[in-house]
Each structure stands twice: as C-alpha cells, then as structure tokens.
Write a protein that binds this ligand. Structure first.
Ligand SMILES: Cc1ncc(COP(=O)(O)O)c(C=O)c1O
Length: 372
C-alpha cells in the first residue's frame, strides 16, 4: 500500500535547524532569550500588534480572555462550530460559553445571532470569534456590535496564520487574539502559541501572568494565582524559520484546495467551502461539503474508504453544543452548524503534497461517487 497521507503534517522550510542550532550555541535554552524576542517582534509585525509567545494556542486563549476581564459567572459568545480548545478556557475561568451558529458565507460566527444575544443576555461580557480552517469571520459587523454593546472581541486565530481580512492578517482586529503553532498548523514550532494585541500594556501583563507573576523585589513574592505558559527560546527559533516560508505555505494550501475543486468540478454533490471575497482564505485544511442525496453516499462512508486507502480525512468539527462536555451550555438555534457538520469533510492538506498525492485522494472519492 502507498505511504500514509496525513491530514496536515509539519513542513520544514530550511532555516529552522540553523536557527535552532543558534539557540543551542547561545546557551539560551529556557523560556527567555533572543530567539523568543525576535519571534515575538516578527510575529507582531505580521499581525500589526504587540505579541507574547506562549506554550500553546490554548494557553494564549486562556490568558487573553482572563486579561479581557472574563471571570466567574460571565457569559461569552463563541461559535459552536470550532475545536474544543476555543471553549475550554472559558470553563477554566468559570465563565459560561453561549453557543452561536455559523453563517453560510464564511461558516463563522453569525452576526445576527450575536446581535440577538447581546440584546437579550446582559451577562455577556465578550465575543470570541474563531477564524475557521483559515477563513476570516465577518469582522466588521462583529466589531461594530462589540463597540455598540461595550463588550470586547477576542479572536481565536489558531487556524488562521496567513489569513487576511480586508488585506490584513487577522488576530488583532479585536482587543486581543491567539495563534497556534501546533504541529498540524500551517506553520509550526512543533508546539506553541502566541497572544497578540494592539494594547501594549495587555501584552506586558500577559508576559507577567505567563511567568508566575513575581512581584518586584529580591525575594520571590507572589500575590496572584497565575501560570507557567511561556514558549521556549529553542521552539521560537524553529518558529522564526517557519515564518519565513509562511507565504509559500499559504499558496501551497490554497493550490491543494483548488486542485481538489477542479478534480470534482463535474460532480454536482461535492462543493468546496466558500471563499469569502473580503478575506484571504488560506485553506489551512481543504474542506468540502458532500451532498448525500445527490451522491448516494454519506460523509462517513467516504472517510472510511479513504482510511482503507491509507489516507487521513476527518469530518468538519463536531459542534460544541453536541459535545457531552457542553451539553448543558446555553445556545441559540443551531441549524447551519449541524448541517455543515453532517456534510463536511476535511481532506489531506499538507503543503508538501504533490499532484500524485492529491490524485490518490481524488481517485478514491471519484471511484466511490461516480460509480453510483
Ligand atoms: C480553533 C482552535 N482553537 C484553539 C486551538 C488550540 O491550539 P493549541 O493546540 O496550540 O493549544 C486549536 C488547535 O489546536 C484550534 O484549531
């Protein structure tokens, strides 16, 4: 059998190892050092914001929401169609997620539902946007609503490095935002994350809270319960190498999705995730909707056939309101996300895939659906 095609595997550029070796040679083998400073500066330039590099995207979301003042009893509007790490930090803070449905144009937070929730739920203290699979949410209406109702907007941009909204990198349009450098992301530090914000004081405080919040003075004095969340200088060095090839990775991931789209163009029941014109969708993952009635076969059967051919694939994220962990959380109506979950499939999307690899995927899908 041919080699395994993973969903989204790490893809090194060339400079990473040299930079990691520099980190070793410098002796900065901890959570401080020049590579970390440079990584934060370079990432900050990309996001047009100040930046604090952290151990994971989850840590960045947790810290960011805490710094926006979210605490026990607060409600936060968050899309149901996302990965669980968007939502767990709310529970860490003893806050309550209120699940909002997707809109059809971007599959992200529905501004009409956000408006309804802000009007009717006085406990809502923040809006958390997620830029799903590399596609920007509709930020303008959401930011305007945040302003009108006096609540901050946090951007979970874990899947959205390279994603643009109106020509600019997402992440710091709102009050703060998070990136992930987990191994399956468009670029990786092997693991890691970052918090970004235009508010310099917030990022300074993030560094403090990520390093146990030591009070000034010679003795180690602490008055707040906080975290050990910083990224290592060595991992930051690898991240710097990856940042240098980000634009190439975006082009390659977009090309993967276009390749699949062309290959399925004559099959009426397969449609690519929309590409909203206000943004640049990186297609971090190549995502398609399968229409079971037209194709005569459902999403799970397609995934099973791909597995049998040694090809990784997965459904679109299972919405949070359908998760046992969040079955009791408040939610609005959930028709769109449930439909996207039922029909959505993520295909192999790594940026090093060759046409022969993509053809393996196409062949399995075409054999299944065209023969019916
Ligand atoms: C939408 C979303 N939010 C948050 C995270 C968490 O990032 P990390 O794995 O770096 O903690 C991820 C990915 O893992 C994600 O896809």
């Amino acid at each position: 059998m041919s080699g395994k095609l993973w969903l989204s595997a790490p893809h090194m550029g060339g400079d990473e190892l040299t930079l990691v070796q520099e980190a070793f040679a410098s002796g900065w083998l901890s959570t401080v050092g020049p590579q970390l400073d440079a990584f934060e500066a370079e990432l900050g330039d990309l996001a047009g914001a100040h930046c604090c590099a952290l151990a994971s995207g989850t840590a960045a979301i947790h810290l960011g929401l805490r710094l926006l003042g979210i605490g026990p009893g607060d409600e936060v509007l968050v899309p149901t169609l996302t990965f669980v790490a968007s939502v767990n930090p709310l529970r860490y803070l003893a806050a309550t997620p209120v699940f909002v449905d997707s809109e059809r144009d971007t599959w992200n937070l529905d501004p009409d539902q956000v408006e309804h929730a802000l009007r009717t739920r006085p406990k809502v203290k923040a809006i958390e946007v997620v830029h799903l699979y590399g596609q920007s949410a509709q930020l303008d209406p959401i930011l305007a609503l945040g302003e009108r109702y006096g609540v901050p907007v946090f951007e979970d941009a874990a899947e959205a490095l390279g994603t643009q909204y109106r020509g600019r990198q997402v992440g710091a349009f709102g009050h703060a935002g998070a990136f992930s450098f987990n191994g399956n992301k468009i670029i990786t530090c092997t693991s890691g994350g970052a918090l970004v914000s235009k508010n310099e004081a917030l990022i300074r405080e993030a560094r403090n809270l990520a390093q146990q919040a030591r009070e000034p003075g010679i003795a180690y004095e602490h008055s707040r319960l906080v975290y050990n969340y910083r990224l290592s200088n060595v991992l930051a060095a690898g991240g710097r190498g990856q940042l240098r090839v980000l634009e190439e990775r975006v082009a390659q991931r977009r090309a993967n999705a276009e390749y699949y789209e062309q290959a399925f163009a004559d099959i009426p029941g397969i449609r690519r995730m929309p590409q909203h014109p206000e943004g640049r969708h990186t297609n971090w993952l190549s995502v398609f909707l399968l229409d079971e009635k037209t194709l005569g076969i459902g999403r799970d059967a397609v995934i099973e056939a791909l597995f049998a051919a040694n090809i990784d694939a997965r459904p679109v994220w299972k919405p949070m309101h359908l998760q046992p962990l969040y079955s009791d959380a408040p939610r609005l109506t959930m028709h769109v996300s449930e439909d996207l979950f039922r029909r959505g499939i993520c295909l192999p999307s790594s940026s090093f895939l060759r046409p022969t690899d993509l053809d393996r995927v196409v062949e399995v899908v075409r054999d299944l659906v065209v023969s019916r």
